[in-house]
Design a protein around this ligand. Structure first.
Ligand SMILES: Nc1ncnc2c1ncn2[C@@H]1O[C@H](COP(=O)(O)OP(=O)(O)OP(=O)(O)O)[C@@H](O)[C@H]1O
Ligand SMILES: [Mg+2]
Length: 268
């Protein structure tokens, strides 16, 4: 399990180095985990998501809020992007525009070279069901459906066969550590468990693009890392493009690229 170096296990080396001080060893292991996963991957070079001079202005009464200002960016197929920035900087707005839940006030967003503002209603709902897996900041689990049914919902809309839907539900709940909660209603789950359920639900249709808004916000470190690993696995297995909003820099470094927003603009 633990890598061997010069004959001694890493555990033995760390025990020696830190004289058995558990907290120091754990801190060293944590750092190691982060750097280990920060390996560079070769990407296809194919651009799947492109934004050209995108702005979004919300108007409420006489008030105007510039949530995004002149944002241009390109994201490649299979790329893993972390979106960071202070509260109110436009992260959720950006995800909602990419997921075609809302339209930009200005500029063009293309997904696979298609201008998503020009999709017909039918194509749009197909796009949302099949291409995008959305993990919302506030989970939106159906309160009257148990976990298993909640997870199956996107599969029903996508007309996935019942047996396939059920198999995927079982394997996804295992991946997020909720196998023993399938029959529970959302209000019988903890905040972190609801969050993991929302992630499993977003993955059910094996989407080409995962948009996750603070998917680890309610999770302890161990579960947060597990979720980031799960995204990584999905990306490796299916070439899925992943965009994750996070406040946590340690989680952001697991991505291929960090895009920083401030006041609706890209700053890094
Ligand atoms: N539906 C809306 N109507 C009016 N203003 C909005 C709406 N949604 C967002 N805003 C405003 O747009 C700006 C960007 O909001 P957004 O939700 O994108 O920020 P965020 O970076 O996701 O913040 P947080 O980290 O707190 O989730 C904020 O000033 C917010 O108040
Ligand atoms: Mg937000």
């Amino acid at each position: 399990m633990v890598a061997k170096k010069n004959g001694a296990t890493l555990e033995q080396q760390l025990l020696e180095k830190y004289d058995g001080d558990v907290s120091k060893i754990l801190a060293a292991l944590d750092k190691l985990q982060v750097s280990k996963t920060k390996k560079k991957r070769k990407l296809s070079g194919q651009v799947v998501i492109s934004l050209k001079s995108v702005s979004k202005t919300y108007r409420i009464g006489g008030e105007k809020v510039d949530a995004l200002r002149d944002v241009s960016l390109e994201i490649q197929q299979g790329e893993y992007v972390a979106l960071t920035g202070p509260s109110g900087s436009g992260k959720s707005t950006l995800l909602q525009l990419i997921g075609a839940l809302d339209k930009p006030s200005d500029g063009v967003i293309t997904i696979n070279n298609e201008d998503i503002a020009k999709l017909s209603d039918r194509k749009l709902s197909n796009f949302r069901n099949k291409t995008i897996g959305f993990v919302f900041q506030f989970f939106y689990l159906q309160p009257f459906l148990n976990l298993q049914r909640n997870l199956e919902v996107p599969g029903m809309f996508a007309r996935t066969k019942k047996s396939v839907r059920q198999d995927r539900t079982v394997s996804l709940t295992e991946s997020v550590g909720l196998s023993d909660r399938l029959k529970h209603l959302p209000n019988e789950l903890s905040g972190g468990q609801m969050q993991r359920a929302a992630i499993a639900r977003a993955l059910l249709n094996e989407p080409k693009i995962i948009l996750a808004d603070e998917p680890t916000g309610n999770l302890d470190r161990e579960n947060a890392f597990a979720i980031m690993d799960l995204f990584d696995k999905v990306r490796e297995a299916y070439g899925t493009t992943v965009i994750v909003v996070t406040h946590d820099h340690e989680l952001a470094v697991r991505a291929d690229r960090e895009i920083g927003l401030r006041d609706g603009r890209i700053v890094s």
